[in-house]
Design a binder for this molecule. Structure first.
Ligand code: NAP
Length: 477
């Protein structure tokens, strides 16, 4: 499954310039391989291919598209082990977690293959007796998608599967660090006989990604941009899309609060915190970045979480029994280091971990006495740090949780049903886990509010992004 060409118009290609860039293993720093460094002419060619493929792909029935997607799904299932190895190799997450991501990524292909058959419009009730009114749903057209490195498979299938199911064609640009999983997914689409040009995948380094982004966001033939990544880059791309009035779907950064009330089930809260925080070494948009723990349970929660964090095994994701893999690169390590140093300088205490290891590794770390002025309370850490602040009242917890510009995911733990509803309804977030630390699946509408994004992915709503509603008014003679 190790591919060294990008995919355009159903062909495996080198960059027009012939340039390549290296893909490295974040655990060892060793080069795995190199892939084409696509640029402007490659991006234009990919849009040309998507344009050529569109008329025949959109003309298929939903059932025909569903069958083709099912073949792709079956091949992805057959190669699940290969995909997991590629994810671990280029992204670093432990192999067991990579298998989890493959299952998660597959679930979107299966779900949207099924949804292809259920794109229904409506017959509307007319206010005039001599007219009949209908709303049709049609594919939006050529789509572009730019994805991050932290979930190299799932972030692609969550976009490509609904686009294809809706009858759209798409150009995908994965992150510089993780092109290999994307190319393997594309190779299996080829083998599944998804027609050439329906799915195009361009690989590029960070500099060329900016160039490709400009082409994808400025070409008037592209109708839709779906981006998952940082809020900062989301703003740039949204601005670039304004010139051609593209529809945009933005899955951006998060800064999730994790609230534990005195009446919470301590065991469940600790398990939920560990799951939500340490998955992918804390490099997940829905990973909690702020833990607000009520005074009555605070010390017991901290003691347990510190003990469990210290027991986690950090290392190469291919080694047996590893719980926490490397961070993606040295910049990521430096950022986590900076957040921890800033917090301790301002009075936070380290009760577990606190240090970087060799290379890109960072020990699971627990800080207490965290305040809202600290950088860690404001910016995404994207690393294995549990930053705990104590609170007294429900109103205080809600105010603390809502005071940031991010609104992706939030978590709360309580046994009081009325409080669970009250707080969940008051949280300004797109997703809320109530006594649950693992909330994402293909059935759930995934997405944020405020500066965490626009639109929802997955679920029965996810395909709407890729559809336009056309109104028909039929006059009766
Ligand atoms: P990022 O720096 O924003 O990059 C994301 C993607 O955008 C990459 O493919 C990157 O390419 C590309 N890119 C960067 N600058 C660009 C530009 N000016 N024009 C066009 N493309 C550009 O984010 P990241 O570091 O990869 O991912 C981490 C971020 O993603 C975090 O903020 C996290 O919260 C967020 N995220 C959100 C969700 C969600 O569903 N809400 C899910 C996962 C991650 P290169 O890699 O080649 O630079």
């Amino acid at each position: 499954m190790l591919q060294q060409h990008y995919l355009c118009g159903g062909r495996r290609q080198d960059a027009v310039s012939g340039a390549v860039f290296a893909v490295n293993d974040p655990a060892t720093g060793a080069q795995i391989t190199s892939v084409p460094n696509a640029g402007e002419p490659d991006a234009v060619a990919a849009i040309d291919a998507a344009e050529q493929a569109l008329p025949s792909w959109r003309a298929l029935t939903g059932k025909e598209r569903a069958r083709t997607m099912r073949r792709w799904y079956n091949l992805l299932c057959e190669h699940a082990d290969d995909l997991a190895v590629l994810i671990s190799a280029e992204e670093g997450k432990p192999l067991a977690e990579a298998h989890g991501e493959v299952d998660y990524g597959l679930s979107f292909v299966e779900w949207f293959a099924e949804e292809a058959k259920r794109v229904d419009g409506n017959v509307l009730q007319s206010p005039q007796s001599d007219k009949r009114l209908l709303a049709l749903k049609q594919p939006i057209g050529i789509c572009a998608s730019i994805t991050p490195w932290n979930f190299p498979m799932a972030m692609i299938t969550r976009k490509v599967a609904p686009a294809l199911a809706a009858g759209c064609t798409i150009v995908v640009k994965p992150a510089e660090q993780t092109p290999l999983t994307a190319l393997a997914i594309g190779e299996l689409a080829l083998r599944a006989e998804i027609p050439g040009g329906v799915l195009n995948i361009l690989t590029a380094d960070a500099a060329n990604s900016v160039t490709i982004g400009k082409v994808l966001t400025s070409d008037p033939r592209v109708a839709h941009l779906s981006f998952t990544g940082s809020t900062e880059v989301g703003r740039i791309l949204m601005r670039q899309c304004a010139s051609t009035i593209k529809k945009v779907a933005l899955e951006l950064g998060g800064h999730a609060p994790f609230i534990v009330f005195d009446d919470a089930d301590l065991d469940k809260a600790v398990e939920g915190a560990l799951t939500a925080k340490y998955r992918n070494a804390g490099q997940a948009c829905i990973a909690p970045n702020r833990f607000y723990v009520q005074a009555g349970i605070h010390d017991r929660f901290v003691a347990r979480i510190a003990e469990r964090s210290a027991a986690l095994r950090v290392g190469n994701g291919f080694d047996r029994g590893i719980n926490v893999g490397p961070l993606i690169d040295t910049h990521a390590v430096a950022k986590v280091r900076q957040h921890v140093d800033d917090a301790t300088r301002q009075g936070a205490q380290v009760v577990a971990g606190g240090c970087a290891g060799e290379g890109n590794f960072f020990q699971p770390t627990v800080l207490t006495g965290v305040t809202r002025e600290m950088v860690i309370s404001r910016e995404e850490t994207f690393g294995p740090v549990i930053a705990v602040a104590r609170f007294e009242t429900e109103a205080e917890a809600l105010a603390l949780a809502n005071h940031r510009e991010y609104g992706l995911a939030a978590y709360l733990y309580t046994r009081d049903l009325a409080r669970a509803w009250r707080v969940a309804e008051g949280l300004e977030f797109g997703m809320v886990g109530i006594n649950a630390g693992a909330i994402s699946n293909e059935v759930a509408p995934f997405g944020g509010v405020k500066q965490s994004g626009l639109g929802r992915e997955g679920s029965k709503y996810g395909i709407d992004e890729y559809l336009e509603v056309k109104y028909l008014c039929v006059g009766l003679q």
